[in-house]
Design a protein. Structure first.
Length: 270
């Protein structure tokens, strides 16, 4: 089976609040990723609109099949590369912090709603999702979705591993001073649950005054052996590496965390 070359787009996603700028940047990144042999491009949390939106979240939210989604599907089909990205999803009166995956032909493959909301900004403006494991098959690889803070809970990643996820896509908006998440925790999650994690972050500063947020960058593709196969710096970047399902199987045979579990001992955890 041919490895799935996966690109991570790190950037501010255009001007916060401007979906048009974000889509233009995504189009450029998809063109470059495809030229470098990538078949999957992963963008950040709230990519379409920017993260530091304040009260504008509800105004900019759109349905999973809204105009932004249509534009992303056209970009994917034009360049022949699957795309995962974050956006604020409207479902009636509710707004979710969501991630969506479309195939290289633009077909929608999966939509996930963030289950663990971070801080007062998110809890005041979003409704948490209730489905912990959302998956799709992409070029023979079982792909799963989480968003940012979700990956910091070992239970969410382990649930994906037990459900067969081989590549976990995590659009994120990790802020300073939490670099330890990108540098240490994400590779550890990949190792302890024996899967790949594509962690695509924002960079730069969004917002004004006391509400300004500074993002860490440091996007990475971590492998099931705990190594980091691709790592971005702290500025705008596009990095790529291969995801090999055969390496997942070999790593799980060598490190039998999943098969050596004793669930009967863990009841007190829930």
């Amino acid at each position: 089976m041919t490895p799935l070359r996966t690109a991570l787009l790190q950037g501010p996603g255009g001007v916060p609040g401007s979906t048009a700028d974000s889509l233009a940047a995504l189009d450029r990144a998809a063109r470059r990723a495809a030229a470098e042999g990538a078949r999957l491009l992963v963008a950040s949390e709230m990519y379409l609109t920017g993260y530091a939106l304040g009260e504008r979240v509800a105004e900019l939210a759109e349905p999973a099949d809204g105009p932004g989604a249509g534009a992303v599907s056209r970009i994917a089909a034009e360049h022949g590369v699957a795309i995962a990205y974050g956006y604020p999803e409207r479902d009636g009166d509710r707004v979710h912090n969501s991630a969506r995956l479309v195939g290289a032909d633009g077909t929608p493959l999966a939509n996930y709603r963030k289950t663990h909301l971070y801080g007062g900004f998110e809890t005041a403006r979003f409704t948490p999702g209730g489905t912990p494991v959302v998956q799709a098959d992409l070029d023979g690889v079982r792909v799963g979705l989480l968003v940012c803070y979700d990956v910091e809970f070992p239970e969410t990643v382990r649930a994906h591993a037990l459900a067969g996820t081989e590549l976990l896509l995590v659009p994120t908006a990790l802020m300073r001073p939490y670099e330890i998440v990108a540098e240490t925790l994400v590779p550890a999650r990949a190792f302890e649950s024996q899967l790949y994690i594509a962690y695509a972050n924002r960079c730069g500063t969004e917002g004004e005054g006391g509400d300004a947020l500074s993002f860490t960058g440091l996007s990475c593709l971590a492998a099931p052996d705990g190594t980091v196969r691709a790592r971005a710096g702290t500025g705008e970047d596009l990095v790529a590496a291969d995801v090999d399902p055969a390496r997942v199987r070999a790593s799980r045979a060598a490190n039998p965390y999943l098969s050596d579990r004793r669930p009967e001992l863990y009841a007190s955890l829930v």
